[in-house]
Design a protein around this ligand. Structure first.
Ligand SMILES: NC(=O)C1=CN([C@@H]2O[C@H](COP(=O)(O)OP(=O)(O)OC[C@H]3O[C@@H](n4cnc5c(N)ncnc54)[C@H](O)[C@@H]3O)[C@@H](O)[C@H]2O)C=CC1
Ligand SMILES: CC(C)C(=O)C(=O)O
Length: 345
């Protein structure tokens, strides 16, 4: 059964590409979530992604205590298609038309494949957009805040495992050195962590070299002998098959939808590996954007809320242990309580 309030699929009048907007829930407020511009073998895979990603946004906002609902947009690019500047603009204007037609039920921001300049183009058509560049009144790139929020989650896990929040001397494997992953790797290196890194884009290796990190092939890094694995690329990286190969004590990262299926959280738990739900660890970017742009709080207040992810994760780990649950279940239950307490809209 469809679990979503509204799903719009529209063939862009300019680009002729499928523009998908999934609004999962507006129980806590109008939906928000990023725009993913990515390649898919079949556009229906993009639809599946939009459905899962938008549901995760609902939980992300609920656990973060923000009055927004879950949504996500996906433009499914056929494999191998590259967008030049003109074509990219057409795609973004198509997306903007769909968002505008929803009358405020959904506002977009950046996700994989998009950034603040793309939000500026969308903002030419519709006001329902955030993370535009600061010169246009937006809060800019979300990824440094997402990286900082993930670091806060890592500190909470380090405290639980090693009795100290410091990551100095810990070994971490960062999978994906994109906007969030590279920023997070820099923060971790500055804290004295020993890094192993990878990306499918070989050009990213220079970021690892710059940080003195060990480079591993993408298909080898999950089983690296490190303290913590940090998924920072795309989803479904943890499966029923590969959990058995892990050698780390925790998996904590910003990548959305890391589990191929929800049951993988139980498998990790049975192996004694702490998994922090991605929708908790990755909330820093959207916390900063929504707090400053929609709730008009100052930068310091927003940063404090991003830093509070450390406390949120610490509390979740404690609740999970006390009640004999996985952290995933403890987080799902917290989100469900907050959603059911919200007045019907
Ligand atoms: N940008 C943000 O503020 C937020 C991002 N996220 C999530 O964090 C993840 C990363 O996002 P961004 O850094 O913004 O995207 P990005 O597009 O800048 O970076 C993704 C990186 O992952 C690499 N990659 C893709 N598949 C890979 C694989 N199989 N193995 C290794 N590397 C691979 C890509 O080459 C790219 O360098 C995504 O899952 C995104 O949904 C979550 C919350 C906020
Ligand atoms: C960065 C925001 C917009 C988002 O989509 C997410 O947190 O996944």
């Amino acid at each position: 059964m469809l679990d979503h309030e509204r799903v719009t699929i529209h063939t862009g009048s300019r680009s002729r590409l499928p523009v998908i907007v999934a609004v999962h829930s507006t129980a806590l407020g109008p939906a928000a979530g990023g725009l993913r511009l990515w390649h898919y073998a079949d556009w229906r895979d993009g639809l599946t992604d939009a459905l899962r990603l938008s549901a995760a946004m609902t939980s992300k906002f609920a656990v973060a205590g923000l009055a927004s609902g879950g949504g996500k947009a996906v433009v499914a690019l056929p494999e191998g298609v590259k967008l030049d500047a003109g074509r990219r603009r057409e795609v973004l204007r198509d997306v903007a038309d769909v968002i505008d037609s929803l009358g405020g039920a959904y506002a977009t921001g950046p996700d994989v494949g998009t950034g603040p300049d793309d939000m500026a183009v969308i903002g030419e058509t519709t006001p329902h957009v955030f993370c535009r560049p600061a010169r246009l009144g937006g809060s800019g790139d979300s990824s440094p805040h997402t990286a900082r929020g993930t670091l806060a989650a890592l500190r909470a896990v380090s405290r639980r495992l090693y009795g100290t929040a410091s990551l100095n001397g810990r070994s971490l494997a960062v999978i994906g050195l994109g906007r969030v992953g590279a920023g997070l790797a820099r923060l971790l290196a500055a804290d004295g962590a020993a890094l192993t890194v990878t990306d499918i884009d070989p050009d990213r290796r220079r970021i690892g070299d710059e940080l003195g990190a060990v480079w591993r092939a993408p298909d080898e890094i999950l089983a690296a002998d490190v303290d913590i694995v940090v998924p920072s690329a795309l989803g479904s990286i943890l499966t029923g098959q590969n959990v058995a190969e892990l050698r780390c004590r925790a998996v904590v990262g910003p990548a959305n939808n890391q589990l191929a299926t929800p049951e993988v959280a139980d498998l990790l738990h049975h192996r004694g590996i702490i998994w922090v739900p991605d929708y908790v660890a990755s909330a820093g970017g959207v916390i900063n954007a929504i707090t400053t742009e929609l709730h008009h709080a100052g930068a310091d207040a927003a940063q404090a809320r991003v830093g509070a992810i450390e406390e949120t994760v610490g509390d979740l780990l404690e609740t999970a242990q006390r009640l004999g649950r996985t952290p995933a279940r403890a987080a799902d239950e917290l989100a469900a309580r907050r959603l059911s307490a919200a007045a019907p809209r």
